[in-house]
Ligand binder design. Structure first.
Ligand code: HEC
Ligand code: HEC
Ligand code: HEC
Ligand code: HEC
Ligand code: HEC
Ligand code: HEC
Ligand code: HEC
Ligand code: HEC
Ligand code: HEC
Length: 438
């Protein structure tokens, strides 16, 4: 058996060479028009590779598509061919699909991870392609891997996520596992009622995720927001109830996490497993929160766990009041400054004020995160500073307007005086002229 695997690998490596060099010559198969694939067979694959010849000739709706699909795959590019996965004798038509030539036919779902990993777990082989070799190891320990190996054929094997024959490089936007396709790939299966209903598991993750702020930014091409795999991982999907998944938000929202960890909620979480970020924000349909959350009437608002008469609820109301007054002071100052810049037409140095307001915007963001500490005193202190800076800016802007006003009055007075003077001069010259004529 081992010897066979070794031979298969050796064959794979050997056949990989010419295919790679034909790619170098400028014939990347993946980009070829599917109509020209029979020409490709002749150029890159040995003429007498019988699996491809016969399966193409069969023109069967099940037996022929694997050839077309494989033609476009990364495996074809690197020379991984039919017999490298299915076994058999590609150069001996008599023995082509005989078990004695190692032919395994169509592998059962349960056998697929082993089949793929005979190459993908070979660290030495994968190093040659600058590729990691831990997919099978991670997968075996995952919920998916364990379910499948226990006989649950609805759990995904490698090909459920990667496709059977048209396996592309992850970087290829057409790959089933390209970042842009991940919500649909994972979420599509998880939306199948026929799989999840009888297990009494929810099947609405994709629907919920599509409502989230994360998805909104994801669909605009933001690379920093999470898709399914950033929160659940790709090969090593573990139980969603594990602490690692439930605290996954910490990985990216460091400020909120830090303040949360110094709040009374953290101690409760450590004992009881709640509340945590998703208790107030949800996990899939994470929306943009507003200050309304403190007094809102949804389960994920404070009222979900605290009565209106609780001390905790009152703390929330106080935080809300601080946030409202701070936000409005900042907004007012910013508005005033923008109005001045747009309408005062120069003559004043405002770059210092702009810088102050930009810093204040950052501080307000930080203050937003600080709400998670539930510490009203600290919040008030920081809010006080922000309000002071905003008021100072506002006062400076008011003073500048006043100065403009004074300058305008001064200017008007100067004009009056000047015009008066001119008028007097004119009268004087008129009367002189009159005198001369008389
Ligand atoms: C002379 C024609 C011919 C050649 C050569 C040939 N096949 Fe087939 N293959 C068929 C036909 C016909 C079937 C469907 C009937 C059957 O299963 O025997 C089939 C079925 C299969 C199946 C599906 C089996 C299943 O269990 O559903 C696989 C996989 C397969 N071939 C792979 C290969 C590979 C790999 C090679 C080369 C080593 C190869 N074939 C060579 C004609 C061929
Ligand atoms: C990277 C490994 C790999 C390569 C290369 C590969 N196959 Fe397959 N093939 C599979 C797997 C895995 C399945 C079973 C998929 C499933 O469970 O649905 C399969 C299924 C099939 C089937 C059964 C019909 C079907 O679609 O399920 C046929 C026929 C087949 N392959 C033929 C071929 C031929 C012909 C080639 C070469 C052109 C080829 N395969 C190359 C892995 C491979
Ligand atoms: C539940 C879906 C899923 C299953 C099952 C799965 N993969 Fe993947 N795989 C992915 C995703 C998604 C990526 C893309 C990486 C990313 O963006 O997270 C990936 C990437 C890869 C890569 C590229 C290198 C890397 O690790 O990023 C290889 C190779 C690979 N998978 C092989 C396998 C093999 C072999 C198996 C079976 C043992 C398997 N995969 C099972 C989803 C899956
Ligand atoms: C005979 C060896 C072999 C077998 C068997 C094999 N692969 Fe591969 N696979 C390779 C090689 C070599 C590459 C090219 C590595 C590279 O360039 O990234 C590759 C590439 C890939 C990639 C693209 C990785 C990337 O670069 O983004 C994926 C995904 C993948 N294989 C999945 C599978 C799956 C799923 C199976 C089982 C159905 C499988 N492979 C079976 C050898 C194999
Ligand atoms: C082909 C269908 C299929 C695909 C594709 C798939 N899954 Fe699953 N997944 C399942 C099944 C079936 C289970 C097991 C459900 C059970 O019975 O507990 C499962 C379990 C899970 C669990 C554990 C649920 C729990 O209750 O803790 C998570 C998390 C998960 N999948 C996430 C993902 C992610 C992320 C992806 C994409 C990388 C993905 N799945 C792709 C079918 C799929
Ligand atoms: C922002 C992180 C995040 C993203 C993105 C995410 N999940 Fe989850 N998911 C979680 C957390 C956290 C839980 C655990 C919830 C709990 O403990 O109540 C979970 C639970 C699950 C479960 C268990 C059943 C359930 O609904 O509670 C499945 C299945 C699942 N997610 C699949 C997916 C799929 C599929 C996607 C992509 C469409 C996805 N998740 C996107 C964080 C995320
Ligand atoms: C992979 C990193 C990552 C993970 C994991 C993650 N997020 Fe996010 N999240 C982001 C990014 C990036 C944004 C958009 C930038 C921003 O507004 O902070 C965002 C936005 C948000 C927003 C909207 C903020 C706003 O001002 O509009 C909330 C709320 C949020 N995430 C909560 C969560 C929760 C709860 C979790 C865990 C269930 C989580 N995030 C997991 C990266 C992540
Ligand atoms: C007890 C409920 C609660 C918990 C627990 C909670 N949050 Fe919040 N979160 C809020 C409220 C309320 C706001 C709105 C604050 C505001 O607008 O003044 C908010 C706002 C946010 C924002 C937007 C902040 C901004 O800058 O606009 C993000 C991001 C966020 N939370 C992430 C998290 C993360 C990550 C965790 C876990 C470490 C978490 N939250 C835990 C209630 C909570
Ligand atoms: C998922 C449930 C849950 C949610 C939602 C929640 N809390 Fe709590 N909170 C608790 C629990 C449990 C405790 C500890 C027991 C107690 O004091 O009621 C606690 C304690 C507190 C405390 C400490 C009380 C004390 O006496 O020391 C404050 C303050 C607090 N919460 C404020 C809030 C605010 C503000 C919100 C909304 C932004 C909120 N909580 C949302 C569950 C929650």
């Amino acid at each position: 058996m081992l010897r066979f695997l070794f031979l298969a690998l050796l064959l794979c490596c050997m056949v990989a060479q010419p295919a790679v060099s034909s790619t170098v010559e400028g014939k990347p198969a993946a980009k070829k028009d599917p109509a020209s694939f029979s020409a490709d067979i002749k150029s890159a694959i040995p003429d007498n590779y019988n699996c491809i010849i016969c399966h193409t000739d069969l023109e069967d709706e099940v037996l022929t598509p694997p050839v077309k699909d494989w033609m476009q795959s990364v495996h074809r590019e690197v020379g991984v061919r039919c017999a490298d996965c299915h076994g058999g004798a590609p150069f001996d038509e008599e023995l082509a699909m005989e078990p004695e030539a190692g032919f395994i036919g169509k592998p059962k779902p349960m056998d697929i991870p082993k089949l793929c990993s005979k190459c993908h777990s070979d660290a030495k082989l994968m190093r040659a392609y600058n590729q990691r070799a831990d997919q099978h190891q991670l997968y075996s320990g995952s919920v998916h891997g364990r379910k499948l190996s226990s006989g649950d054929e609805q759990a995904p094997s490698c090909v459920s996520c990667h496709g059977k024959h048209k396996i592309l490089k992850v970087k290829d936007p057409k790959s089933t596992v390209h970042r842009s396709n991940i919500p649909q790939m994972c979420g599509g299966c998880h939306a199948k009622k026929e799989i999840f209903k009888k297990r009494r598991k929810p099947f609405n993750q994709l629907e919920l995720y599509k409502k989230s702020r994360h998805y909104e930014l994801f669909s605009k091409g933001d690379l920093l927001v999470p898709t399914c795999v950033n929160c659940h991982s790709n090969h090593g999907v573990i139980s969603s109830k594990s602490a690692r998944v439930r605290t996954v938000c910490f990985n990216c929202h460091a400020s909120q996490a830090e303040y949360f960890k110094s709040s009374p909620h953290w101690k409760v979480y450590e004992k009881e497993g709640e509340p945590i970020c998703l208790s107030c924000h949800n996990n899939h349909d994470v929306l943009r929160p507003t200050v309304k959350k403190f007094t809102g009437d949804e389960d994920i608002d404070c009222i979900g766990c605290h009565d209106k008469t609780d001390k905790a609820y009152k703390v929330g109301e106080e935080i809300q009041a601080v946030m409202i007054s701070t936000t409005s002071a900042v907004a007012k100052a910013r508005e005033g400054l923008d109005d001045f810049i747009n309408n005062a037409h120069g003559g004043f140095e405002v770059s210092g004020l702009v810088e102050n307001m930009d810093k204040t915007a950052d501080n307000l963001k930080e203050l937003n995160a600080l709400t998670h500490k539930l510490d009203v005193e600290t919040l008030k202190k920081r809010s006080g500073k922000i309000i002071n800076v905003s008021r100072n800016v506002q006062e400076t802007v008011d003073q500048m307007w006043a100065e403009i006003h004074t300058r305008k009055i001064g200017l008007a007075v100067s004009w009056v005086v000047f015009l008066g003077f001119c008028g007097a001069l004119w009268l004087k010259s008129k009367s002189l002229e009159q005198d001369r004529l008389e």
